[in-house]
Design a protein around this ligand. Structure first.
Ligand code: C2E
Ligand code: MG
Ligand code: MG
Length: 400
């Protein structure tokens, strides 16, 4: 029997390294090479790969950020990272992001071959007996955690950039794990997406966020908004609009105080149900926002077609906008485009005053990020709401 060659995706913006890898690995495997994280995500959207080998430091989107995106969109991917940094911190960062292994430059081809072999073996093991068993166990653990109410929702402030006023919060789910501590979404959302638990989890986050927002309204923050992330799988449910309608009724929250965040990837495989649900939600008065805007790979024309109110400018643009003129140019163009289409722009990942000042000068509408406050438990927001002086952002910054 002829065994099919494994398919490798090689991602490096250094043409020379890319050629060396393709020439060498191409003798054993089917290799596709691209020179940016964006091109890699586009390739992954249309074809399957057994292994991804990627540079860690690349132009606009770093390899680390790309790995995060890949594991959300193609859970179970096996990834090897290559870096010029020889320190242990970089290796730990790569492994934390979800890489299977880490190679430092300059590398020996023998080492590349060995690591590739090991990674492909891991992939095989993952696909055969071991992985389903492990993932069955994790699935059971996840379901039990939902029943035991181990999931908590934290809230991160969203601020109107011109006035500095906190106009709402984004709800971000965490798993208060009995032995592993507080887990972030990257640790469990991909599995929940795969096994369908996201439907139950997503609904409980929506319920918690609507209930909480109504309480904040009752404390006097009558226009306070809550944004909730909704995964593609949830949006594919025909009943989502109905569920949201009954949650709004149950909690007494105005539809315009709820914002649903969706990601661009949705439009890649959309079969129409997602867009229909969005249209229904928007008719009810719920706001719709595109999360991580600019990291996706869909055409911009959907901005005109879709029923949306705002875009969330991805943190990767904000990060370098104050130092890299190319990033600044992109931010300027995205804000102008959105405003021309009458969409609000929320910048994500604002960490410094310089970033805030730049975004203010560019007329960006709202911002979110560690500079204003990290995601915090609901009682921190409640304490802030009760204190009455809503300029006191420091309270939230310090609570982080
Ligand atoms: P997202 O919706 O883009 O959320 C923003 C993420 O950026 C959050 O990570 C937040 O903690 C982080 N962040 C905020 N400000 C800064 C900053 O200044 N610097 C940096 N470096 N990071 C910042 P988190 O909480 O780990 O969530 C990750 C992703 O998980 C979210 O990205 C969202 O896509 C997903 N997620 C979170 N909660 C839910 C949920 O309830 N349902 C679904 N389906 N997905 C969720
Ligand atoms: Mg979000
Ligand atoms: Mg985001």
């Amino acid at each position: 029997m002829i065994e099919e060659k494994s398919r490798l995706l090689i991602v490096d913006d250094d043409q020379e390294i890319q050629s060396i890898l393709v020439e060498f690995l191409g003798c054993f495997y089917d290799c596709v090479a691209v020179n940016s994280a964006e091109a890699a995500l586009a390739a992954l959207a249309t074809q399957p790969f057994d292994l991804i080998m990627t540079d860690i430091a690349m132009g606009r989107m770093s390899g680390l950020e790309m790995v995060r995106q890949i594991l959300i969109h193609v859970p179970g991917s096996v990834i090897i990272m290559i870096s010029g940094q020889r320190n242990i911190e970089s290796a730990i960062q790569a492994m934390r992001a979800g890489a299977f292994d880490y190679i430092t430059k300059p590398f020996e081809l023998g080492e590349v071959a060995a690591v590739t072999r090991r990674a492909l073996e891991q992939r095989k093991r993952f696909e055969s007996a071991g992985a389903p068993a492990r993932s069955d166990e994790s699935s059971k653990e996840l379901s039990a955690a939902i029943s035991n109410h181990e999931f908590v929702v934290h809230y991160q402030p969203q601020v109107e950039i011109q006035t500095g006023e906190i106009v709402g919060v984004e709800a971000l789910v965490r798993w208060q794990h009995p032995t592993r501590g507080l887990l972030l979404p990257a640790d469990f959302i991909p599995l929940a997406e795969r096994n369908g638990a996201i439907l139950q989890l997503g609904e409980s986050v929506l319920r918690a966020a609507c209930t909480q927002a109504r309480r904040w309204h009752d404390l006097g923050l009558s226009n306070f908004r809550v944004a909730v992330n909704v995964s593609p799988r949830q949006l594919g449910q025909e009943l989502l609009a109905e569920t949201v309608a009954s949650l709004l009724q149950e909690t007494g929250l105005r539809a315009s105080s709820l914002e649903i965040e969706i990601t661009e990837s949705l439009f890649m495989h959309d079969d129409g149900i997602g867009i229909q649900t969005l249209t229904e939600l928007r008719k009810m008065g719920v706001l719709i926002s595109i999360d991580d805007f600019g990291t996706g790979y869909s055409s911009l024309s959907y901005l005109k077609r879709l029923p949306i109110d705002s875009i969330k400018l991805d943190a990767s643009f904000v990060k370098d906008a104050t130092t890299d003129p190319d990033d600044a140019a992109l931010v300027i163009a995205i804000i102008a485009l959105a405003h021309n289409l009458r969409l609000r722009v929320i910048a994500e990942g604002i960490e410094t005053e310089e970033q805030l000042n730049l975004l203010r000068s560019l007329r960006c509408d709202e911002g979110q990020g560690y500079f204003f406050g990290r995601p915090v438990a609901e009682d921190v927001i409640t304490a802030w709401a009760k204190q009455g002086d809503h300029r006191e952002l420091l309270v939230l910054r310090e609570a982080a």
